[in-house]
Design a protein around this ligand. Structure first.
Ligand SMILES: Cc1cc2nc3c(=O)[nH]c(=O)nc-3n(C[C@H](O)[C@H](O)[C@H](O)COP(=O)(O)OP(=O)(O)OC[C@H]3O[C@@H](n4cnc5c(N)ncnc54)[C@H](O)[C@@H]3O)c2cc1C
Length: 401
């Protein structure tokens, strides 16, 4: 038996639903199933490697120092798109009520308080099982999931694990770290922005998180932070156009039956390394008043020095750094790694050439097995990873009930 079952369900018993991954996607799905679809709380569990709901989300977003979400208030953790706006009018929400127009992007503090309110109000912690999925076996009427803490069986399993444990490390950065250079990834559970030492630091990346974290570091160490971008700022309000949430673009996406071409459509639609204009404006202001230095260049290599590290740039220049902070996003390979590879091999689960699941309209990969997040990308489209994506995924998963 694994912890969190409170003695009610043992290996001999069957859950109706097991969600693997309890971040934004898994937590949302647990709320949606129990409070919108009427599934009994005792019949749903969320298996996650961390104690608390949204652990990685909380850690990464706190590290960026973001002031506002990139997405609109409607993309919140509740299935009611107005839940966050309503919360902002309550005693707890009102002091934090703050939105950026024209899309009503909520303040980070407001968004976080709303998430915590939902977790408490709907007792979502009680649905969690702590453990990491390591394998799956097919049963006559469902799946047995092997975890680091024991096994758990369910009639239906949703794999909602995301890319967020796959921080992208460029080769030069791995080499620098191995040589003793102080280089960390913003999306590393061990990294805390507050631990960045005084002195020159360099943030590497060209997207919104790079700019936000450079601004946050520069607030504490004005004039000592360099933001090194590979390209000039790419201005887009969101990381994909709003048409990708609706039939406007999704109809054409679903008409495409070649999964290689669907992947190409996703790549073309996602504005990688982009920033909204308000964040670009803050960056320009910080650069102008000397708080932040912004450079556009590539990194060809890096070496350690007596005082820290030196980055060797494509332009021929070099840059000294006490601390390098990578804001280089996530690796694009299908999440799940070896344990999911083994399940795919054993049960012949269909995948596209890029290794991602081929699923049906209800996001079923096999009987009793569904997906959300990037694993659903070839069906949900370019926003699959985001808040908008879990809402689209939940509707489809819920349609099987
Ligand atoms: C800094 C930042 C800002 C963002 N801002 C926005 C925004 O404004 N709007 C928007 O729409 N999107 C945003 N996103 C994108 C996206 O919405 C988030 O990354 C979101 O957290 C993804 O949810 P997730 O559930 O896939 O991942 P997570 O929230 O990270 O959760 C995945 C969970 O699965 C667990 N897990 C993995 N493997 C296993 C396993 N084998 N067994 C058990 N558990 C496992 C992980 O430990 C983790 O707890 C942002 C992302 C980042 C990083």
């Amino acid at each position: 038996m694994i912890s969190g079952f409170e003695g009610k369900v043992s290996e001999g018993n069957m859950l109706d639903w097991l969600i693997i991954g309890g971040g934004i996607h898994g937590t949302y799905l647990s709320l949606y199933l129990t409070r919108w679809k009427g599934v009994k709380a005792g019949a749903v569990r969320v298996l996650d490697a961390h104690d608390e709901p949204l652990t990685l989300w909380n850690h990464y977003t706190a590290n960026t120092g973001m002031a506002y979400l990139r997405s609109s208030h409607a993309h919140n953790l509740h299935f009611d798109p107005f839940s966050l706006v309503t919360f902002a009018r309550t005693r707890d929400g009102l002091p934090l009520a703050d939105f950026i127009e024209p899309y009503g992007r909520p303040a980070y503090a407001l968004f976080q308080a709303h998430c915590q309110r939902l977790i408490e109000r709907y007792q979502l912690r009680a649905l969690r099982l702590k453990g990491r999925a390591t394998g799956m076996k097919r049963l006559l009427d469902g799946w047995q999931v092997e975890t680091t803490e024991g096994t758990v069986s369910a009639r239906r399993v949703i794999v909602a694990i995301g890319l967020t444990e796959q921080a992208h490390w460029p080769e030069w950065a791995r080499t620098l770290r191995a040589a003793g250079g102080r280089v960390d990834h913003l999306f590393d559970t061990a990294f805390q922005r507050k631990d960045v030492p005084a002195g020159e630091s360099v943030v590497v990346g060209g997207g919104i998180t790079a700019v936000q974290s450079a601004l946050a570091l520069a607030a504490n160490a004005p004039g000592q932070v360099t933001l090194l971008m590979r390209h000039a700022p790419r201005l887009h309000p969101f990381d994909a156009d709003l048409g990708w949430i609706t039939h406007q673009y999704l109809d054409g996406f679903h008409q495409e039956t070649d999964y290689g071409r669907r992947r190409a459509m996703i790549k073309g639609a996602r504005y990688r390394g982009s920033i909204p204009t308000d964040v670009a404006g803050e960056m320009a202001a910080a650069e102008q008043d000397g708080r932040l230095r912004v450079m556009i260049d590539t990194i060809e290599g890096a070496s350690t020095t007596a005082h820290g590290s030196r980055l060797h740039l494509g332009s021929g220049d070099s840059l000294a750094a006490n601390q390098v902070v990578l804001a280089t996003g996530f690796d694009a390979q299908r999440p799940g790694g070896a344990w999911l590879d083994a399940v795919i091999d054993q049960y012949g689960l269909p995948t596209a050439a890029d290794g991602y699941p081929i699923v049906d309209r209800r996001l079923c990969w096999a009987g009793g097995l569904q997906v959300s997040g990037p694993l659903a990308e070839l069906e949900v489209g370019p926003v699959a990873r985001n808040f908008a994506g879990v809402k689209l995924a939940a509707e489809r998963i819920g349609a099987t009930l």
